[in-house]
Design a protein around this ligand. Structure first.
Ligand code: GAL
Length: 638
């Protein structure tokens, strides 16, 4: 974890190749004058760096760096590998990814490559090498971004022949013999047994659902391909630079293991588009979406801040912050006045080192011409410009933010997301949503949260730990829990499968000190929740357990839902929001954690030096004797 005080910085994403060179000086001057100190460049500029194979032109970027440097701006240089130029496809016609229907995903936008194409991997390493050599020691450069948003536009999974062959090799390395693969996947079922690895196809275009163990391994393989691709670039850049290596992850993307990619980088960053995400990446009622239409979901950004702080092992940024209407959601409202400032401070409250706005100037051409920037296409300030200036002035007076460990930890596991996507058992079971709803319930109780990877080795310093939805118990995790002095809330569904996605014996959850065994599971539609005696209900998922433990919560017909008299509790169902908030509050009190019931849309986070209170509502709200204005933030030193 990062324990040094943070002096937050602001920045922007800039594309010198989009603008006449005469404009660069003025742009850089205005950036510095606005209080920005970081500029990200280069992530889509491959066709300008290398117009034909081996024909390079970096002179323009040299000049752009000089201009930015002369205004004291620190530069994040990017490898441009998310946008292979057109000639690359002529050179490697089979480098394009293939979708689940077997269609090739063509050139003409971006992210058009298959992670399993060795030729493209080598091209990516080559351009990283050329750029590392040229800019590795450049004095303006303060960090490197590798590629851009892995998985954006659904680009992790590819059903290409290259992926198939690489998958077969991956399986052979994992299982060693075809018999052990057949055994692990249960291929005796439906006569799916193989006699050699080269018979194994990718799990698409089957008559009915493919074997879930096959799907899970394919997802693991695809995730490993992303990590390997990233690592290959990271290794070459490290030979030239000591500045931090970064990737800009996305929101609500779970189809590769970000913790594994993060292991090869120094800082995690993510791209925060709260209004677009509310519409197309949040499960919420229409009423909720309407209420927060111009503010974004009050918990979704915070969840990602905490997740990526974990991925970056304490060091994280917002690399792209929405500054106005975007172009890509079904509808694209403008943020309410004050929200860009609120989002910026929210990131800082979650211990971000930097927040960069996407983008400096709105592009008048191509796909994103309707996407706002800090400047309009005519270079006049956009609607948010003064708000950014105000924010940057306030950050100066805020001073340093001291990081702090939270009292509550939530374990989040990407493999479990893949497992439950493969075998949801009920159409509404989604592991991201399950974990996110726990997170929201914690925040409704005024709690700050750390997110932990499943590989966590110590729970020291925490008073409460939550582990919902884990596929299998991670190695050593139950021992940690058995020795934990605080309150552990495990389940629902946690530990219910083996790593290969089969049902284990003894039956789950098989927690040593807890007498509880799941006999069977029911799922039901959101419209048929099962009411709880203490109020609220169980939605989507309910386990019937054999237990001699006291039921702390039960349905009105007597099915236990929360069991465990000691500090280890098992949750046998998915509580709705009212029940979840109530259960979390009770357990937090039991763990001696102070609970503050927050008004809807008001959220709070504490660092080691400050308490931040955010009002995501479009109207003023009273909280603990203070009146919080609409879309406002209150900051107190503690
Ligand atoms: C991000 C991406 C940017 C830009 C932006 C638009 O996902 O990294 O390049 O496309 O979205 O909102």
């Amino acid at each position: 974890m990062n324990s040094s005080p943070i002096k937050p910085q602001l920045g922007t994403c800039y594309y010198p190749e989009h603008w006449p060179e005469e404009q660069w000086q003025d742009d850089a001057r205005r950036m510095a004058e606005l209080g920005l100190s970081i500029v990200r460049v280069g992530e889509f500029a491959w066709s300008r760096f290398e117009s034909k194979p081996g024909v390079f032109d970096f002179d323009w970027m040299d000049r752009a760096l000089d201009v930015l440097d002369s205004h004291g701006l620190g530069v994040v240089m990017c490898t441009p590998t998310a946008t292979p130029p057109r000639w690359m496809i002529d050179k490697h016609p089979d480098m394009l990814a293939v979708d689940a229907n077997g269609h090739v995903r063509k050139f003409g936008s971006r992210r058009h490559y298959c992670f399993s194409h060795q030729g493209y991997l080598q091209e990516s390493v080559r351009i990283a090498d050329v750029m590392g050599k040229r800019y590795g020691k450049h004095k303006a450069i303060i960090g490197w971004q590798i590629d851009n948003e892995y998985s954006c536009h659904d680009t992790v999974i590819s059903y290409s022949d290259n992926a198939k062959h690489a998958f077969q090799n991956w399986l052979e390395a994992k299982y060693q013999s075809i018999d052990s693969l057949n055994q692990a996947w249960g291929n005796v079922f439906w006569s799916m047994e193989y006699s050699c690895f080269t018979q194994i196809e990718l799990p698409n275009l089957t008559v009915t659902e493919p074997n879930p163990s096959h799907c899970l391994d394919f997802q693991r393989f695809s995730s490993d391909q992303v990590a390997a691709y990233n690592k290959a670039q990271a290794e070459v850049l490290r030979t030239y630079t000591d500045t931090p290596l970064i990737h800009n992850y996305m929101g609500r993307i779970v189809d590769f293991d970000h913790f594994k990619v993060g292991d090869d980088l120094d800082i995690a960053s993510w791209d925060s588009y709260p209004l677009g995400f509310l519409v197309d990446r949040t499960e919420a009622s229409d009423e909720w979406k309407q209420r927060f239409e111009r503010q974004g979901d009050p918990d979704l950004q915070a969840f990602h801040h905490d997740l990526y702080r974990a991925v970056g092992k304490g060091r994280w940024w917002v690399m792209e912050q929405q500054p106005g209407p975007v172009n890509w959601a079904p509808n694209n409202p403008a943020p309410l006045d004050g929200m860009v400032r609120l989002w910026t401070f929210e990131a800082i409250a979650h211990q971000a080192e930097a927040v960069c706005y996407f983008r400096w100037r709105q592009a008048p051409f191509a796909q994103e011409q309707m996407h706002a920037g800090l400047l309009r296409p005519d270079s006049q300030p956009s609607a948010v410009y003064d708000e950014v200036r105000q924010t940057s002035n306030e950050i100066q007076t805020l001073g340093e933010v001291a990081p702090a460990q939270a009292k509550v930890a939530l374990v989040f596991d990407y493999e479990s997301c893949w497992a439950w996507q493969t075998q949801p058992q009920g159409e509404d079971f989604d592991n991201f949503v399950l974990c996110f709803e726990f997170y929201r319930a914690l925040r409704r109780n005024g709690l700050s949260v750390d997110i932990l990877p499943p590989t966590v080795k110590s729970l020291d310093g925490y008073k409460m730990v939550l582990a919902p939805g884990l596929l299998a118990w991670p190695t050593g995790f139950l021992e940690l829990v058995e020795n934990f002095k605080g309150t552990a809330l495990l389940g629902p569904r946690s530990g219910s499968k083996t790593e290969n996605l089969s049902i284990p014996t003894p039956l789950p959850p098989a927690i040593g000190s807890l007498d509880c065994k799941v006999s069977y599971v029911e799922t039901f539609p959101l419209s048929s929740p099962r009411e709880l005696v203490n109020g609220g209900a169980v939605r989507t998922w309910l386990e019937t357990v054999e237990t001699s433990e006291k039921a702390l919560e039960q349905t009105v017909d007597g099915t236990p839902v929360l069991v465990g008299e000691s500090n280890i509790k098992y949750l046998c169902g998915w509580p709705d929001s009212a029940a979840m908030a109530r259960i979390i509050a009770a357990l937090a009190r039991e763990a001696n954690i102070e609970v503050k019931t927050m008004p809807e849309g008001v959220r709070r986070r504490c660092t080691g030096s400050h308490e931040f209170i955010f009002n995501h509502n479009a109207e003023a709200v009273e909280f603990a004797g203070d009146v919080l204005q609409a879309a406002d933030v209150l900051i107190r030193e503690i």
